[in-house]
Design a protein around this ligand. Structure first.
Ligand code: ZN
Ligand code: ZN
Length: 435
């Protein structure tokens, strides 16, 4: 699952409209589908309730989508919608002109305010659309310090999100900068139109009744999760080119996927799109080697052909054909950064995988292949976790870290077995497809 924290540490109010919603033919076709995406985000993604406040974070270029979402939110009875925007140029200005000591601070007061809104039952919507390559040319030390400061400042609100205290959703907007990165060399307007097409298709909003389509999709993911919960495996085994990995599962782990019931009782769809079922691995019980099957886009760098070896849950050897210095830095973030917080199964035939597009955005790319995530675990994926203290959760296998980074290890060449407590193997995936 994706929680999308990038950018929120440097949020600022924005008031300028931008983006591509011309009234010409192509523009109005996009505008109509954008309106449908906004409706699905509010009704399915958030399931926003009458009287509920909504806090939105978004890139400045997502203003047209934010306006559609705001209208649907008020029509659903929202009492107040508040949006915060990030601006790429302003973020770059900081890296180029701010004094060195400025990179260890973040606007904690803003994160605290947002956390307060969540405690008052406000829903959270994050619009994903940041330029994946924005910080690629900036000083990696400053990038990682700023990101660490933001992670620390965001901790209170992030905890309310990862523990599902409230209903929340992430949905995507095709911004020009993102589209240019995904479709290099394509004229900007075409690149934006192609990225919108890919987003609309992946977000399942093009059918006659998208709300009903989402209900059917949620049912399919829920029944997959239920059968994995009944099987209650001790571990999973991944086998493929460069991969021979045993992933022990946390004691009392629960598989999740699709819709989630938040602690405030509201059933929401945290990620649009989503194709995964996922659970919490045991932080001490991961062994073997694994190779990434798709590039990982992290803070402006594409990390390619990752190959790591785990011993007793910890990465003891890590290489990458490209971006190895960034990978090494990520693994050194804190104690939990070299251990796993999530394992997820996604069939190779997923619509996002079939689109062939490398989005360089976790919300999409993690739904194109089975994956693992370094860092923070979701306690939601542990039976009866509510009220347990952090030591008890850690003893059951839940990992803790400032980071949560998903990377893809599944493909049409990877098999997955479930291993029972008595060692019996059940084939789960062959050639990347469910058995
Ligand atoms: Zn995931
Ligand atoms: Zn994840």
């Amino acid at each position: 699952m994706d929680i999308q924290t990038a950018g929120t540490g440097s949020t600022g109010n924005g008031s300028t409209g931008a983006g591509n919603t011309g009234r010409d033919g192509a523009g109005s076709a996009i505008a109509a589908r954008m309106d449908r995406l906004a409706e699905v985000a509010v009704r399915v993604g958030l399931n926003l309730q009458r009287g509920q406040e909504l806090v939105i974070t978004a890139p400045l270029d997502a203003v047209p989508l934010v306006r559609r979402i705001t209208e649907h939110a008020y029509r659903a009875g929202s009492s107040l919608v508040t949006a915060f925007y990030t601006d790429d140029e302003s973020r770059l200005a900081r890296f180029r002109h701010a004094p060195d000591e400025a990179f260890d601070i973040a606007s904690g007061w803003l994160s605290d305010g947002i956390a307060n809104a969540f405690r008052g039952n406000a829903a959270r919507m994050a619009i994903s659309g940041d330029d994946p390559s924005l910080l690629g040319a900036e000083d990696p030390d400053k990038v990682s310090r700023a990101s660490r400061a933001a992670s620390r400042a965001n901790r209170p609100s992030l905890e309310l999100i990862t523990t599902f205290a409230i209903n929340w959703n992430i949905v995507a907007c095709a911004t020009p900068a993102w589209a240019r990165t995904v479709f290099p060399g394509v004229p900007e307007a075409d690149a934006v139109a192609r990225l919108w097409d890919a987003i609309f298709a992946a977000s399942r909003i093009d059918g006659a009744d998208p709300v009903a389509d989402w209900a059917a999709h949620n049912d399919a993911l829920a029944s997959r999760g239920r059968s994995l919960n009944e099987l209650d495996f001790a571990s999973l085994h991944f086998q493929g080119p460069g991969t021979d990995l045993s992933v022990g599962l946390a004691d009392g782990h629960l598989w999740a996927g699709g819709a989630e019931r938040a602690a405030n009782g509201i059933v929401c769809n945290p990620n649009i799109p989503t194709e995964e079922v996922f659970t919490t691995p045991h932080r001490l019980r991961v062994d073997g080697t694994v190779r990434s099957t798709k590039p990982l886009s992290y803070q402006g760098t594409l990390i390619e052909e990752i190959a790591v070896r785990f011993e007793a849950g910890r990465i003891v050897d890590a290489h990458a054909a490209r971006g190895e210095h960034v990978l090494t830095r990520v693994l050194g973030t804190d104690d939990g950064a070299s251990r796993l917080g999530e394992v997820a199964l996604v069939p190779h035939s997923s619509p996002i995988s079939q689109s062939g597009v490398l989005f360089q955005n976790t919300l999409f790319d993690e739904n194109a292949a089975s994956h693992i995530a370094l860092g923070q675990a979701y306690t939601k994926c542990l039976r009866d976790a509510a009220g347990q203290d952090p030591d008890a959760l850690a003893a059951r296998g839940a990992n803790t870290s400032l980071i949560h980074i998903d990377w893809m290890i599944g493909s049409g060449e990877v098999d997955v077995d479930g291993i029972a407590r008595d060692g019996a193997r059940t084939p789960l995936m062959r050639g990347g497809e469910w058995c």
